[in-house]
Every structure is written in structure tokens, then in C-alpha cells.
Design a protein around this ligand. Structure first.
Ligand code: ZN
Length: 275
């Protein structure tokens, strides 16, 4: 009888361990442009993890096992992907499929569709600056992985839309839009540090906030920036105001979320992911 009880207890605790926690259930959407949560075991120290050569966010889930939270590129094919651990072990996860819709946008300013030769030097310089910011990997743990919405308002254009400007295909939508009026304050969805501020050709007034371990938010098209470079922000700290600067058809809030230098669907982090 005692042996049976032991077995039952053992099975229960095994099940408890196998059951994914809240963060895993919220964030695990392993599709192109999504996030994979990969369990790493419950060792004393956090294992170092890389995906496609880039360092990956690792946290301890609810005081139990370690998990890797991996950003999956929008261009990724479906199938098995590998993570490399610092001890040389390889762990695999499977990427599924997701269909992304098309969006057609008319722009009066044709220079924003086909920039002039003189614009290209600026665009390339700004791209390099922003790419470098996305590659930041600071050791701090994010204050919260379930993000607060940066503004209160309805979602408009989702992440990943295939975009055609005046009939010409351009990069897919790298973030999530909220339909809110000009001047609305934009709040940092988690604590962070301001690592880049710019006034860019496509993005207009832009701020990058590093939440730690490669988890980065980018806000753009702002009418006003309310932070300084290097400033630390609390969760909910005001970054700037909604506007329509850069390539925008009207005021709205555009928010990018990046993990391991990969832009992923911000809707995942606010519990609004649609498969
Ligand atoms: Zn947008």
C-alpha cells in the first residue's frame, strides 16, 4: 500500500514538472514570426543558449525549471530547429506554419516607396544603427514577460502582414499597430533602458528600449520623444507620444518586439496572439 502511495506521489510530481507553467503557455507559439519556449531542465545555474549563433533569453519559470524563449524569424521554414547549449548539447524544437495576410497601402509621397539615390545613404546608415541596437544582449533579466500594453486602444495592423505600397511589395509589417490618436502617451511595457533614439526616414521619431537579455521594444512614428539616451525606465514609464512621423498614413502607435535579434509578434506578449 505504501509503495502504491509512493508511486502515485512520484507520478503526480513528475506530471507537475512536465506541465508547462504560465509563461510557457502564454509565450509558446512556435511559428514563423512567433516564439518557441524550450525547457532546459532544473540545474543550479542558467545554461547559455544560442540559436543561429545568437544568444537567447533564458529564465527560470516560476522558480522551477529553466526555459529558453526563442524568437523565430518570419522567413523561417516549418520543421525542426536546433538550439546549442553552452555545454555543447543540442536541443530541438519544431516550427509550424502560419498564414500572413496581405495589406495594400496607397502613399502620396512616392519617395517613401522608391527612395531617391540621395535617400539611400541615409536609409542604409539608419538600418545599420537599428540592427546594432537589436543585437544588444545585456545580462539583466526582464522585469516581466507578460507585457503591459504600451497604449490603451484597439489593435489595428497585425504583425507580419505582407505589404504592398502603391502596388509594390516591400518588407512585411515588423510590428503591431494600435489605433490611437496623436499625442497619446506611450508607456514602456516592462522596465528597461533607452539604447537608441533616432529620427529615421521610414520610422520617424523612434526609441529602442532594452528589457534585458535581447528582449527589446521599439516604438516609432512618434510626434515627441520623452526620454534621453541611456535613461532607465520603470515598467509603465513614458517613452514618448503617438504621432505620424516617417512613412505613416496617419497617427498610430507602432511597436516592435525583438528576441535574439529577431522581430516577433508583439501580440504574443500581451496575450493577444491569433494563430
Ligand atoms: Zn506599423
Amino acid at each position: 500500500m505504501r509503495r502504491l502511495l509512493c508511486l502515485v506521489l512520484l507520478l503526480c510530481s513528475a506530471q507537475l514538472h512536465a506541465e508547462p507553467g504560465f509563461i510557457s503557455r502564454l509565450l509558446n507559439h512556435p511559428v514563423p514570426g512567433g516564439v518557441a519556449v524550450v525547457p532546459l531542465g532544473d540545474g543550479a545555474e542558467a545554461p547559455g543558449v544560442r540559436y543561429q549563433g545568437k544568444p537567447v533569453l533564458v529564465v527560470r519559470e516560476e522558480g522551477r525549471r529553466w526555459i529558453a524563449i526563442v524568437g523565430i524569424p518570419l522567413k523561417s521554414a516549418a520543421g525542426v530547429q536546433q538550439l546549442t547549449l553552452s555545454d555543447g548539447r543540442q536541443l530541438s524544437f519544431t516550427v509550424g506554419t502560419k498564414h500572413y495576410r496581405e495589406q495594400r497601402i496607397k502613399l502620396k509621397n512616392t519617395r517613401q516607396v522608391n527612395p531617391l539615390a540621395e535617400d539611400m545613404a541615409r536609409i542604409n546608415r539608419e538600418l545599420a544603427e537599428q540592427t546594432k541596437a537589436y543585437q544588444t544582449f545585456s545580462p539583466a533579466q526582464p522585469s516581466n514577460l507578460m507585457f503591459d500594453k504600451p497604449v490603451n486602444g484597439p489593435l489595428s495592423s497585425p504583425f507580419g502582414l505582407r505589404r504592398f505600397f502603391n502596388g509594390e511589395e516591400r518588407n512585411p509589417h515588423s510590428g503591431l499597430d494600435f489605433a490611437v490618436g496623436a499625442g497619446t502617451p506611450i508607456k514602456s511595457p516592462a522596465a528597461g533602458k533607452v539604447i537608441l533614439i533616432g529620427d529615421y526616414f521610414f520610422n520617424g521619431n523612434t526609441v529602442f528600449v532594452d528589457h534585458g537579455q535581447g528582449l527589446i521594444s521599439m516604438f516609432c512614428h512618434m510626434s515627441k520623444v520623452d526620454v534621453k539616451l541611456g535613461q532607465s525606465l520603470p515598467r509603465g514609464g513614458i517613452v514618448g507620444r503617438v504621432g505620424a512621423t516617417g512613412r505613416a498614413t496617419g497617427p498610430h502607435m507602432h511597436w516592435n518586439v525583438s528576441l535574439n535579434d529577431t522581430r516577433v509578434d508583439p501580440a504574443i506578449f500581451i496575450g493577444a496572439f491569433k494563430p
